[in-house]
Design a protein around this ligand. Structure first.
Ligand code: SF4
Length: 589
């Protein structure tokens, strides 16, 4: 036990910005990230929620992570329950355990953390002596159902703007019974989803038939609000330290959402409308970050699309500081931005053509031509010997072998442009392909498509790897199709997937056996194309996006036709922007 306490105290001592409070009279929240410390602390959303909770005087929020390495061994040897980082208290001592979940692949870790904290895994097995267990984060507002039996409640939507109201409701509810508190929360806040108060219905063919509230006062739909004025809220990492990924830099959110509307991308839909920080606020935040750290990570779904981004990157390099960018679009990459990346010491640049042919890029609504890709590569290679990382998806809807061959042809052309543009300099960077399997996601126009069969993905991967290797000087990394299968199950499944998840946990992560033992055929969720008029497990969540808009986009995809990017203030096509004429601060939906 002492060794664990020392380990956590040493970790805290190496951090800057952690908050440690006395618990007296405060709501004690264990803010849990279902992955290791170094990973969780690089998640800006997790950091922001930690800050938002702790800036309140009536809350003491402490962090909890999945242990790894020596830390895990110490738990196993000592048999002690999982402890929080700040005051090394066991999870069961907190009033609330709040998970922040960004990836379906972390669902097993959620169960592991509860088990290590000695908290019953199923909500129905918990009583007044246990903390409330809740979850938020993007996967929970895409589709909470595979996690439903494990959570007392979900807080759906973007956390900023609703955390205060949530805390105040809990605080004002006083010492009610668990049951009455959950009902009070579900009735009082439109973004609180208490799974035990809703029963899913299924039709004879096994497809979902809807979600029935168990009390007539409960809303049939739960809203997932978004916070509109990014300027009003801190959006930078406030805790830094050497033991975390990106611990050498302050992460700054420059914008949220992306108006390009790629049809496979959930972030492009549930974070609508695209929002940017105003140039003045962004400049101030970046200046603060430079003076406290000297390196900035500019975060966002489409950083190079953010208005005024060049002034920001110029500000950083002129100050002699460094920066990294989480995402670049080939069509907005110009000489000056590349020069700034060069001056900042960036060694590699990532571009995401996603598909190898113009046709398939139109299907996914990428708005990126081969000419634009070539221009971007020339811009990069002329400036310096940057390594180029290229992202592609395999198994996209309507993909044929011609499209897979198209990846190889495109990479060959990119390599040719790099060689030519680097000729005068004599050195050029390397090309690395990162090829992931397409996994369908809720609330996107591709939510009706299935995952491509694992066997087919494997043979495409095999072919692609061999073909790329013949190009010479190009490395390729591929993900594992069987994990794409699990991810699709957890993304697209309903509450009937929860027992499979529980079994996989009990089998120490042996998905193969858990999938085989399942009473419900998991292929039903993963490989079955959904009918357009089918009720989907997540239809009871209201993001403000018209399902008819997603259907239209689905139809356009099948015809290989692109649709216009977002025109905030001018359009109301998808239903998210109700009133052309501007987006003001506050919470919508
Ligand atoms: S209404 Fe138009 S601008 Fe607003 S999010 Fe939808 S597509 Fe984008």
């Amino acid at each position: 036990m002492q060794a664990l306490i020392s380990l956590y105290r040493n970790r805290l001592a190496r951090e800057k910005g952690a908050v440690k409070k006395d618990w007296g009279g405060r709501l004690a929240v264990a803010l849990a990230y279902p992955n290791h410390y170094r990973v969780g602390m690089s998640n800006l959303g997790f950091q922001v929620v930690y800050h938002l909770l702790n800036r309140r005087d009536d809350v003491a929020a402490e962090r909890v992570f999945l242990p790894e390495g020596r830390e895990m061994s110490l738990y196993l040897q000592s048999g002690r329950p999982l402890l929080s980082l700040e005051t090394q208290r066991p999870l069961e001592a907190f009033h609330i355990i709040a998970f922040s979940i960004s990836f379906e692949t972390d669902y097993l870790h959620v169960l592991k953390i509860l088990e290590m904290g000695r908290i019953p895994l199923l909500a129905k097995e918990r009583d007044e002596t246990h903390p409330l267990v809740m979850a938020g984060g993007v996967t929970t507002f895409l589709n909470p159902e595979p996690l439903a039996p494990f959570m007392d409640l979900f807080l759906l939507g973007e956390a900023e703007g609703q955390l205060d109201a949530f805390v105040e409701r809990i605080r004002d509810a006083g010492h009610r019974s668990r049951e009455s508190l959950l009902m009070e929360m579900a009735l009082g806040l439109e973004s609180v989803y208490v799974p035990a108060l809703y029963r899913p219905r299924y039709l004879k063919d096994g497809t979902p038939g809807g979600m029935d509230p168990l009390d007539s006062r409960l809303p049939p739909k739960i809203k997932a609000p978004r916070f509109q004025s990014l300027d009003a809220m801190v959006s930078r990492s406030l805790v830094t330290g050497p033991d975390m990924e990106f611990g050498d830099r302050i992460l700054v959110e420059v914008g949220r959402g992306c108006g390009r509307s790629c049809r496979f991308c959930a972030a492009g839909y549930v974070y609508r409308p695209p929002r940017s920080r105003s140039p003045e606020v962004l400049k101030k935040t970046v200046q603060e970050a430079i003076s406290s750290c000297g390196r900035v990570g500019l975060m966002g779904a489409a950083v190079s699309d953010v208005p005024g981004i060049l002034q920001i990157t110029r500000l950083v390099v002129d100050a002699g500081a460094g920066f990294s960018i989480s995402s670049l679009r080939a069509d907005t990459l110009d000489d000056e931005l590349v020069a700034h990346l060069d001056r900042a010491g960036q060694k590699s640049i990532a571009l995401a053509p996603e598909a190898g042919t113009e046709r398939l890029r139109r299907v996914i609504n990428k708005h990126l031509t081969e000419e634009q890709i070539a221009k971007a590569v020339q811009t990069v290679a002329r400036r310096g010997a940057f390594n180029l990382k290229l992202y592609f998806l395999l198994g996209l809807p309507t993909e044929t072998m011609q499209d897979v061959e198209g990846i190889v042809k495109l990479v060959k052309k990119i390599r040719h442009h790099m060689v030519k543009a680097s000729a005068r300099r004599g050195t050029m960077g390397r090309i690395r392909l990162s090829v992931n399997c397409f996994v369908p996601k809720p609330f996107t126009p591709f939510q009706w498509f299935p995952l491509e069969e694992v066997s087919s993905l494997k043979s495409k991967q095999k072919w692609l790897k061999k073909a790329v290797e013949t190009l010479g000087g190009v490395n390729v990394s591929l993900d594992v199709p069987k994990w794409a299968y699990v991810q699709a199950l957890l993304s697209m499944g309903d509450r009937r997937v929860a027992p499979i998840l529980l079994n996989a946990h009990r089998l120490n992560g042996n998905w193969k056996t858990a999938l085989r033992a399942s009473e419900t055929n998991p292929d039903f969720f993963v490989y079955r194309p959904r009918e357009l008029d089918e009720i989907l497990p997540w239809d009871f969540i209201d993001h403000g996006i018209d399902k008819s808009h997603l259907m239209r986009e689905y139809g356009l995809a099948l015809r290989g036709t692109e649709s216009e990017p977002c025109r905030v203030g001018e359009c109301k096509r998808c239903g998210v922007c109700p009133d052309p004429g501007g987006v003001q601060g506050g919470v919508s939906r």
